[in-house]
Design a protein around this ligand. Sequence first.
Ligand SMILES: [Zn+2]
Length: 343
Amino acid sequence: MSDKMIAVVNYAPEKGSVELRELNIPEIGDEDVLLQVENVGVCGSDLHQWTADHSWKVNYPVVLGHEFGGVIAARGKSVQSWKEGDRVVSETAAIINPDSPMTKAGLYNLDPDRKGFGYGVNGAMTKYVRVPARCLHHVPANLSFEQACLTEPCCVAYNAVAVNASIKPGDRVIVLGPGTIGILCAAVAKLCGAHVAVVGLEADRTRLNIAKQYGCEPIVGDATSWANAVDGMGADVIIDAAGISQTLKIALQLIRPKGQIIKVGWGPQPMNFSLDQLVQKNVTLQGSFSHNWPIWEKVIGLLSSGILDVKPIIGGVWNFNDWHTAFEKMHSGQVVKSVLKPI
Ligand SMILES: [Zn+2]
């Protein structure tokens, strides 16, 4: 094989600093595998880095992409439990501190030293990526890579909804924001037996229609009447998956007393409103970040059994030459999720 590969690289902090570059195939260490990428999903965070409105530190230049699956092309000397040709997906915590108390508790997603693919180390929008073997999970033969590469956002949603929220069958759950994470959160809340509404803006109608395919109620604008429909008290759980800070204000209005707000959407903007409703309503505000090993195993099981279906959110598969179209379509809300294929 040639020792060069094409990669989608975010090379500087300025807006729009993404281009195709030719890179060397990475060397791997003893505990790594060389993963040949079959498909890689475009994440909202890839778009945030492209448009330069992200709030995390990026190690420029960096290959974008952290939602990926593929086949093991080579393995390091110490890697025993994997072999060439295995179909795998990879978690995102490329670097963790093994001595961190969070890592020792199995919560390496919350290790402050964690560095992920696509911002901390080179990601998967390329042909080959170096992956520590501890990040790998098997992909069953019946699960295509176009779907399997979306295990990661499904894990974000699973952690927010099935781990960090406590949803009971019959609960009314409102998801703010019809992006990938919002719709997947809605889908997982449906699996928990909730009545679910997904709220967006006028411009989100296409994406809200996809939420309908998961049995959710699409709402443009004000969700107050849906929140209050049963007893006038508001929704049991609000999942804030919008990429702006201001939606927390809406969540505080729609939540019922003693309800729970899960904030999974990022937003670097400061907020300028009172949190008194949080106090007055005795509301729990809970953040949710990333995912860990048991969540990945659960989600792969849901995907391969068809209980959780990601096909409705996939708006298309583009090769790297068309990365700009894939990013643009997702950014404009024409599609929920763009998937890329290496060249
Ligand atoms: Zn992502």
